[in-house]
Structure formats: C-alpha cells, structure tokens
Design a protein around this ligand. Structure first.
Ligand SMILES: NC(=O)c1ccc[n+]([C@@H]2O[C@H](COP(=O)([O-])OP(=O)(O)OC[C@H]3O[C@@H](n4cnc5c(N)ncnc54)[C@H](OP(=O)(O)O)[C@@H]3O)[C@@H](O)[C@H]2O)c1
Length: 129
C-alpha cells in the first residue's frame, strides 16, 4: 500500500531498539527521511540509514536539541512519533516501585527530593512488590 509518504520527513524518539526501531524501519520503507533520537546508537539503528542523534530526552534541553538537529538535517518535519515515554517497564515488571512520573519529568528532581508524595516511589511506591 502506498501511504504517499515518499519524500516526507519524520522524527522518531527512541529509535535505537524496540518499537521505535521498528517504526524507523517502517517509515524508511515508506520512503520517508527519518531522524531519530536516543541515548545510545545501536548497530541495528546504524544499519537502517536513519539519521541518529544522541540525546537524553529526559533532560530539559534534550527535546529541543533533537528537534533543532532534525530541522537542520531535514529542513522541516512532517511527522513526529513520540515513542519514548516516562516509566520504566523493568521496574513495572519487577514491581520495585522506584519509578515516579514527577521525578522523571522534573529536571534535577530525584526520589529523595521529589515533592510528589502521592506519586513518588520513595514515599509511596507506585508499583509495590
Ligand atoms: N513494549 C510494550 O509492550 C509496550 C506497551 C505499552 C507501552 N509501551 C511504551 O512504548 C514505548 C517504547 O517501548 P519499547 O518496548 O519499544 O521500549 P524499549 O525497547 O525499551 O525502547 C525504548 C527506546 O526509547 C529510548 N529511550 C529511553 N529513554 C530515553 C531517554 N531518556 N532519552 C532518549 N531515548 C530514550 C531507548 O534508547 P536508549 O536506551 O538508547 O536511550 C529506546 O530506543 C515506551 O514508552 C513504553 O513504555 C511499550
């Protein structure tokens, strides 16, 4: 099926593995030009032909740096796939309760300084064992 995406541009967050890597491959196969940001650049990602940007998207400046790099590379962005989410699936699976929305989203915040007692793993485990 021709999705008429040939020549269009895309940014995918978290394209180094998993769902993001599958998305990168799919969009490239549709003829899109793709920039993707993640903290590491895997061999699998390198093989795709996407333009990788090393970036930590949990930092205050990370998202803007990725978008600036994508605009420099692509000239504009037709599609954004925001695949990286907050929450650690390993913690979820283990039920360790160390994951906190507020800590993850607030630059500089850690469980010991987090003020979100309703949500922070240090004060009230979100996923108790
Ligand atoms: N798999 C599922 O069944 C499922 C179900 C529901 C929702 N989800 C959600 O879908 C998303 C992708 O899932 P997945 O299974 O593909 O996860 P995954 O295999 O762990 O891949 C996560 C991707 O995000 C990147 N990433 C993580 N933290 C980052 C950060 N701070 N800055 C930049 N990149 C970051 C990782 O690259 P680096 O580590 O190199 O940074 C990797 O490329 C997640 O948000 C997950 O919670 C997944």
């Amino acid at each position: 099926m021709d999705l008429q995406l040939t020549g269009k541009t895309a940014v995918v967050t978290g394209g180094s593995k998993g769902i993001g890597l599958a998305l990168v491959r799919t969009l490239l196969a549709e003829g899109m030009r793709v920039v993707t940001g993640s903290r590491t650049i895997t061999a699998e990602l390198k093989e795709t032909g996407a333009v990788p940007v090393t970036v930590d998207l949990s930092t205050a400046e990370g998202p803007a740096r990725l978008i600036d790099s994508a605009i420099d590379e692509l000239g504009g962005i037709d599609l954004l796939v925001n695949n990286v989410g907050v929450g650690d699936t390993d913690d979820f699976a283990k039920g360790s309760g160390s994951t906190c929305w507020s800590c993850r989203m607030t630059p500089g915040s850690t469980p010991s300084t987090c003020t979100s007692t309703a949500r922070c793993g240090s004060a009230a485990p979100r996923f108790p064992a």
